[in-house]
Ligand binder design. Structure first.
Ligand SMILES: NC(=O)C1=CN([C@@H]2O[C@H](COP(=O)(O)OP(=O)(O)OC[C@H]3O[C@@H](n4cnc5c(N)ncnc54)[C@H](O)[C@@H]3O)[C@@H](O)[C@H]2O)C=CC1
Ligand SMILES: N[C@@H](CC=O)C(=O)O
Ligand code: NA
Length: 439
């Protein structure tokens, strides 16, 4: 048995992920010590309630409600409490005391990341956060290290398990959003305190801010991420998408792009979009996550796996723990986050993509031409038109459904086109507007 120097590890929070981290660390400690080249001694677990039930057994003598004393005596602090405060204060205290910090807290990183990374750099400590995006899937380290020599063009990610589960159930089982959300909550995918974090796209937006900052070496603040959730998606849209060869996915999109005025910048956005069934992301079912990266030299890469779950996410945390311990053994300063590129963040109105618009129109001669004119007047080029005629209740006022696919157009031009369609005499209703991504 090799004798290693012991590193003191403090764990803050013993919920779904924290309890599994404690249990795996206690069970596999010797194995991890051999990999890290240092002993990993769990010196304490800060909890709110010493007697609360947990998903894994943690020896009672390790539990404490005094997080601050625990932090002060640690070489490595693992924060798995979630929320902004006191997590932010505890991480600042840990870094100030010289400890490396590991966290899965995407809300905190997306909101206060620059402050935390700046302090880590000042004191020569390291902040690890593999669990914060796409749970168990290695994505932070590949972007930060493996792809550091490449240029990322675009990331399309399914980074929220709850919404992917819901959209998948709507598509494959015809369930309503409400029924599928209840199952996702029961299965423990949805955020316990507030499922709107999932279905309104807040969780995905936090992860998008983190991914875009890393991919484009630029600080992308959370409020610069455009966000739409899935609450307006109807079963009719899901069915129509299937018939047209698409599937609707809530996508996290990080893109380096040049807008119509030639301004080069970064777009970070979250919305439900039509993805062709032939795209690898269309095959991501249930609560699974996947991150599809288009890089200049490496080409297309896809990272797939469990984006949520206690033990799955604990795997990412323990990977960070081994990395942190190795750095303690080897020594040297922490690596700073690279934000040197300092690119402007483009607003949603500057984004250029493709769209599919569904209209209910009056079925009479000249309607198609009138609709096509509205598109061209606003600079949006039509690629495909599909028409179907409905019998309707009133034979004197027949209706038709037009599904119009566009070439690439800017959000601003598309919005102006939709506004014009909504007031047109020949259009009864604009029933669906969806972006098309991944083709
Ligand atoms: N559960 C998942 O699948 C994933 C979670 N994460 C992130 O990991 C972190 C932890 O998530 P979960 O374990 O799911 O949350 P959880 O809600 O199950 O656990 C958090 C625990 O921290 C405790 N806690 C809160 N404030 C505390 C305080 N001041 N002092 C001591 N204990 C405190 C709570 O009592 C609770 O037991 C969050 O930041 C979450 O966003 C990231 C990826 C996936
Ligand atoms: N609620 C989140 C959990 C992981 O981050 C999700 O559904 O993906
Ligand atoms: Na991850």
């Amino acid at each position: 048995m090799i004798e290693y120097r012991n590193l003191r590890v403090a764990l803050l929070g013993a919920g779904s992920v924290g309890a599994q981290v404690a249990s795996l660390l206690l069970e596999h400690g010797d194995e991890l010590a051999n990999r890290a080249g240092a002993g990993l001694e769990l010196v304490g677990v800060a909890v709110r309630d010493l007697d609360a039930p947990r998903t894994a057994n943690i020896p009672r003598e390790l539990l404490t409600t005094d997080a601050e004393s625990l932090i002060l005596g640690a070489d490595i602090v693992i924060e798995l409490m979630g929320g902004l405060e006191p997590a932010r204060t505890y991480i600042l205290q840990a870094l100030t005391s010289g400890a490396d910090v590991i966290t899965g807290n995407k809300a905190l990183l997306a909101t206060h990341g620059p402050e935390l990374f700046e302090l880590a750099e000042q004191v020569g400590a390291q902040l690890y956060y593999e669990a914060a995006v796409a749970g168990a899937i290695p994505i932070i380290r590949p972007l930060r290290d493996s792809l550091a020599g490449d240029r990322i063009k675009r990331i399309l990610g399914i980074v929220n398990g709850t919404t992917n589960f819901i959209l998948d159930r709507m598509d494959t089982a015809g369930e309503s959003l409400e029924v599928a959300l209840a199952t996702a909550t029961e299965l423990g995918y949805a955020e316990k305190s507030d499922p709107s974090a999932d279905i309104e796209g807040f969780d995905a937006a936090q992860k998008t801010a983190i991914l875009a900052s890393l991919a484009f070496h630029t600080t992308v603040p959370l409020d610069a991420v455009y966000r739409e959730g899935i609450t307006a998606i109807t079963i009719e849209q899901v069915d129509a998408a299937r018939k047209a060869g698409y599937v609707i996915k809530l996508l996290a999109i990080c893109e380096r792009m040049t807008d119509a005025d030639g301004v080069e910048g970064v777009s970070a956005r979250v919305y439900p979009a039509l993805v062709p069934r032939s795209h690898p992301l269309a095959a991501v079912h249930g609560a699974k996550n996947a991150v599809f990266i288009e890089a200049e030299a490496a080409g297309d890469l896809m990272f797939y796996g469990a984006g949520a779950g206690g033990i799955e996410t604990a795997s990412a945390v323990l990977g960070d723990l081994v990395s942190a311990a190795r750095r303690h053994v080897i020594g040297g300063p922490g690596v700073a986050e690279s934000t040197h590129a300092n690119l402007p963040i483009l607003p949603i109105s500057r984004v250029i993509t493709r769209y599919q618009i569904t209209l209910s129109v009056v079925d009479q001669p000249g309607v198609l031409a009138a609709v096509a004119t509205l598109f061209s007047e606003h600079g949006v080029s039509v690629e495909t038109v599909t028409q179907s005629v409905q019998a309707g209740a009133d034979p004197a006022r027949p209706s038709a459904t037009l599904v119009i696919g566009t070439h690439e157009a800017s959000e601003a031009d598309l919005a102006a086109t939709v506004a014009a369609l909504e007031t047109s005499q020949v259009v009864r209703a604009v029933t669906s507007v969806l972006r098309v991504e991944g083709s």
